[in-house]
Design a protein around this ligand. Structure first.
Ligand SMILES: Cc1cc2nc3c(=O)[nH]c(=O)nc-3n(C[C@H](O)[C@H](O)[C@H](O)COP(=O)(O)OP(=O)(O)OC[C@H]3O[C@@H](n4cnc5c(N)ncnc54)[C@H](O)[C@@H]3O)c2cc1C
Length: 503
């Protein structure tokens, strides 16, 4: 059987489904080819203000209003109560010492709470991917995308006119003859294997492994009085030397939890053993052990031996690879969705016949942005047991993304047109230098001072203020005070906040 379309998207996760929807809205005929079937477990769940802005932009640019409710907790709950999700008001970090119960002494020195939204209504979410991805596939199909599940691609042939993908569905062979292929098949995915692409080194990033599962009956982590938001309505990070644990609570009683750690740490804990590895980890951290004392794993644990990776070619004449199939650093800063959604917009603008030059530009930009995440997360891994430096380094992330989000919303995207401001001549370069210093030297005072100097011109949310003692609520007045940094006037900021229903 031979089937023809303009575009084939490999992989039916949210990335593939959105890529297909966008291409369809541009008038192209589109296949999605997925090796599994929905509903299915998928990891990668926590959204951010920037990723929700990108989702909103996709909805607006490509006339997909059906995506808009998913950019905020409140509207999602009203419009799609049956699609699971979690409330994410911010990023919570707690620093643990091996063998000791969590203690925040001196007060608030071992925690960092950064609010991302001023209310539950406007908050970000954790996507319960089993429901969410299945919903998006149905949306894609209702736009006319043809969806082939349980289809394993076994061969790839390219000539100047088209690509031929050879698929196997049960015992049937299907030839997909298409003009262009977008690979959204996730880490070390389809084209990586079929085209034997090589891997590349990620700057400063150690080799890492991951172990994760969905749980029921996870206990709570107590919020202190006066916190900027209930600390569990967030992406919760428990950081320790060599690794960290994430905990994301959904509104259906399920909790996503897992650990990412350097190879050495993962080996010393025996994470490869799944449940036993997880239990060994909990034994080292008594406060986490008590939170999980009644917890039950829903399905099996998933162990990923090589979590961080990058590949060295992201484009060919008639194909391109989306993050995270192109490379994945770590979930520590929830950067995966933003990179994926941004890449979808970039590729969509090039379809159906991208020029070589455009594809190379896409590749260059994707490498640069993945590398910037790698610098930052690599430096964070090196400082997981020095929480003051760790906290300061995270400010490079929070300042960059809050600045980018706000300048986009104010209609000044040129002020921040690369992820984490990696192309910015001051901020981008200085961030890389700081990360190298923080990884390769012991000069923590220089690192701390350089961070303050680097973030100051972009710090529009009052971050890194010692008087706030690691608790950062959303304070809208900070934006008005930062009007000059944002290239805007106070009245433009006010209009933007009204538009975004924040006033
Ligand atoms: C442990 C972990 C935690 C993460 N946490 C976060 C987070 O909190 N926030 C965040 O922003 N990002 C996170 N990420 C990154 C996030 O997972 C990705 O950005 C996101 O899943 C991308 O979605 P996707 O649809 O492109 O790919 P995926 O979710 O990987 O889906 C790929 C699809 O392709 C299919 N497929 C695979 N191979 C083939 C093949 N050969 N042929 C056909 N189909 C194939 C798979 O079955 C799957 O359905 C995390 C990643 C990991 C590993």
């Amino acid at each position: 059987m031979e089937l023809r379309a303009d575009i084939a998207v490999i992989g039916g996760g949210f990335g593939g489904a959105l890529m297909a929807m966008v291409a369809r809205q541009q008038g192209h005929s589109v296949f999605i080819i997925e090796k599994g079937s929905h509903p299915r477990f998928a990891i990668g769940e926590s959204s951010t203000p920037l990723s929700n802005l990108f989702l909103q932009q996709i909805a607006e640019i490509f006339d997909l209003p059906q995506l808009l409710p998913f950019r905020r907790w409140g509207q999602w709950q009203r419009d799609y109560p049956d699609i699971g999700c979690g409330l994410k008001r911010g990023f919570s970090f707690f620093h643990h010492k091996k063998g000791q119960s969590y203690s925040d002494q001196p007060a608030r020195s071992q925690q960092l709470l950064v609010a991302a939204s001023p209310s539950d209504e406007l908050a970000d979410t954790h996507w319960y991917r089993k429901d969410f991805d299945q919903h998006l596939i149905s949306e894609a199909q209702s736009l006319g995308v043809e969806y082939f599940d349980q289809t394993e691609l076994i061969d790839f042939h390219e000539n100047s006119e088209h690509v031929l993908l050879v698929g196997k569905r049960q015992s049937e062979i299907i030839n997909f003859r298409v003009g262009f292929v977008v690979d959204a098949s996730g880490p070390r995915g389809c084209l990586y294997r079929l085209l034997h692409l090589s891997e590349r080194k990620l700057p400063l990033m150690p080799m890492t492994s991951g172990l994760f599962a969905h749980f029921e009956n996870v206990g709570s982590w107590k919020s202190e009085d006066g916190v900027p938001y209930p600390v569990e309505d967030a992406a919760v990070h428990h950081v320790f030397e060599g690794g960290w644990v994430w905990i994301l609570k959904f509104n259906n009683g399920i909790t996503s939890a897992g650990v990412a750690a350097t190879k050495e740490k993962a080996e010393s804990l025996g994470l490869i053993d799944g449940k036993e590895g997880w239990n060994r980890l909990l034994k080292h951290f008594p406060s986490l052990a008590s939170q999980f004392s009644e917890a039950a794993v829903q399905n099996d644990f998933v162990f990923v031996r090589d979590l961080s990776f990058g590949i060295s070619e992201l484009v060919g004449n008639r194909w391109a690879i989306l993050p995270p199939a192109a490379g994945f650093i770590d979930p520590l800063l929830s950067t995966g969705f933003s990179l994926t959604l941004q890449a979808i917009m970039r590729l969509a603008q090039l379809l159906p016949e991208p020029s070589d030059a455009d594809l190379l530009l896409y590749q260059r930009q994707t490498f640069k942005e993945l590398d910037q995440v790698s610098y930052l997360v690599g430096a964070l891994y090196s400082n997981m047991d020095d929480f003051e430096v760790f906290t300061a380094l995270t400010q490079l992330y929070f300042v960059a993304v809050s600045y980018a989000e706000t300048t986009y919303r104010l209609g000044n995207p040129d002020l921040a047109n690369s992820f984490l401001l990696c192309d910015h001549p001051d901020f981008g370069e200085s961030t890389r230098e700081i990360c190298e210093l923080a990884t390769c030297s012991n000069n923590r005072e220089v690192v701390l001072n350089k961070i303050l100097k680097t973030i100051e011109p972009f710090n529009i949310s009052g971050l890194a203020d010692p008087l706030k003692r690691n608790w950062y609520p959303v304070v809208l007045e900070e934006l008005f005070r930062s009007a000059t940094k944002l290239g805007s006037t106070k009245s433009e900021i006010r209009e933007m906040l009204l538009r975004e229903e924040m006033l």
